[in-house]
Write a protein that binds this ligand. Structure first.
Ligand SMILES: O=C(O)CCC(=O)C(=O)O
Ligand SMILES: [Fe+2]
Length: 414
């Protein structure tokens, strides 16, 4: 407990732990990489377009459903809520076991679009067709929703224990096992809306498949109230995995540093992340955390602290996708497994990531069950699981890419 109290602000954590690591990497990088960094720091654009921000999420409608008034209010006010015992885990034992074994076998750390992957979709179909989870989605989105994207997250036993020990000795006031330092070995701070800037409303439903209660188990942590406060630039989407950052953004951040609105070190760390060769794993997400810090200096305040969420299998955590969240490091020998499920009223939106993750063969399979028109390869594809919604979509001719999920599942080899 003492260690947690000693944990400093988010910006201290990133400044003391991440920045020196990035600087060391830059010093060793090729001269062209170093030059690119200096170019970014010097860059100003005369005809720079203003940077627009994502609208704040709408207040949820008070539809009847599994979430009671108090839970809906908590979601609106703090940006998250836990629904305890949302499903009976005994029903899904074999699906959970299969997902765990396959994730371990394929050494998955993050499997995006696992609902469109032959290795995982059958086991995931239990959750996608679960009545309680479906009723929660209907309460949030109304009828006619579909699953937009389902990701698997597996944290293996901490290979970085030695690093953690070293860091703890170097910065004892920032115990790596406490809040915030997850940026180094858990999941760094980010928001999920970076993938879906055109969606009017996205709520992530985080479903633990293994117990997530102990301090040594990677737990999700949320920053209450950030969904209503964060300014999230709409340019350079998806900045977690997207291509080059926009010139307007680089120029704007330099201008903010000149006006002392953004600390120079945040800009430097962000630009280092942008120019350094990408690394697999959480480092991809640092740019997201740093971009949020560049536009939201309040994140550096001492009072901004995450709330770790303790979850049993069967509980679900719901959070607005623009509530900032992260996860603590995993220090147990067995893996921690969770599923992040996102639904929505179908709409058309480009996704940089979908064709990176979904195989051409699986796209062909999806095509066979498309509702109204052929499926684009670089757009979100919505899995419709409700019978009524399938009828609605057959008739609608709306501009979105949907497929009949139950038919897809029936066509898969067992
Ligand atoms: O499981 C994790 O560590 C990260 C999960 C997450 O960021 C999400 O579900 O959106
Ligand atoms: Fe996330």
């Amino acid at each position: 407990m003492a260690a947690r109290n000693a944990a400093r602000s988010l910006s201290d954590v990133y400044r003391l732990a991440l920045l020196p690591t990035l600087r060391a990497r830059l010093d060793k990088a090729a001269p062209c990489v170093q030059e690119k960094f200096h170019e970014y720091v010097r860059y100003t654009k005369n005809d720079q377009m203003p940077i627009t921000m994502l609208p704040k999420p709408p207040v949820l409608s008070r539809r009847p459903g599994p979430l009671d008034d108090r839970e809906l209010q908590q979601l609106s006010d703090t940006g998250y809520v836990v629904k305890r015992k949302a499903f009976n885990p005994d029903r899904y034992m074999s699906a959970i076991r299969q997902l765990g074994e396959r994730c371990d076998k394929h050494k998955v750390s993050i499997q995006e679009f696992a609902d469109k992957d032959e290795r995982f979709v059958l086991a995931l179909s239990n959750f996608m067709c679960d009545e309680m989870l479906s009723r929660i989605q209907t309460q949030i989105y109304g009828s006619g929703w579909g699953w937009q994207k389902i990701s698997l997250h597996r944290r293996a036993s901490a290979p970085k224990t030695a690093d953690i020990g070293r860091l703890n000795r170097k910065h004892p006031q920032h115990s790596s096992v406490t809040a915030g330092v997850a940026s180094l070995c858990g999941t760094p701070e980010h928001v999920d809306t970076t993938e879906t800037p055109n969606s009017p409303l996205t709520v992530t439903v985080f479903v633990p498949l293994t117990e997530q209660k102990l301090e040594t188990v990677s737990r999700l942590q949320v920053y209450p109230g950030t969904h209503q406060r964060l300014d999230i630039p709409t340019v350079t989407f998806d900045y977690v995995s997207g291509p080059e950052p926009s010139a307007d953004l680089i120029s704007d951040i330099n201008a903010r540093v000149k006006r002392a609105e953004t600390p120079a070190w945040v800009r430097d760390a962000l630009f280092m992340c942008l120019v350094l060769p990408r690394e697999q794993g959480p480092t991809e997400i640092y740019r997201s955390a740093l971009l949020l810090m560049a536009y939201n200096p309040f994140l550096g305040d001492d009072a901004i602290k995450p709330v770790p969420i303790s979850l049993s299998v069967g509980d679900v955590l719901l959070f607005y996708s623009n509530t900032m969240h992260s996860a603590t490091p995993h220090l147990e020998p067995t893996s921690r497994l969770s599923v992040a499920m996102r639904a929505g009223v179908p709409y058309e939106e480009k996704s940089y990531m979908v064709s990176d993750w979904v195989s051409p063969q699986f796209f062909e399979r999806l095509d066979k069950h498309a509702l109204g028109g052929s499926l684009k390869r670089n757009s979100f594809l919505f899995a419709i699981t409700e019978k009524d919604a399938v009828q609605t979509w057959r008739a609608s001719g709306m501009n979105a890419h949907c497929y009949d999920f139950r038919q897809l599942v029936a066509s898969l080899p067992a």
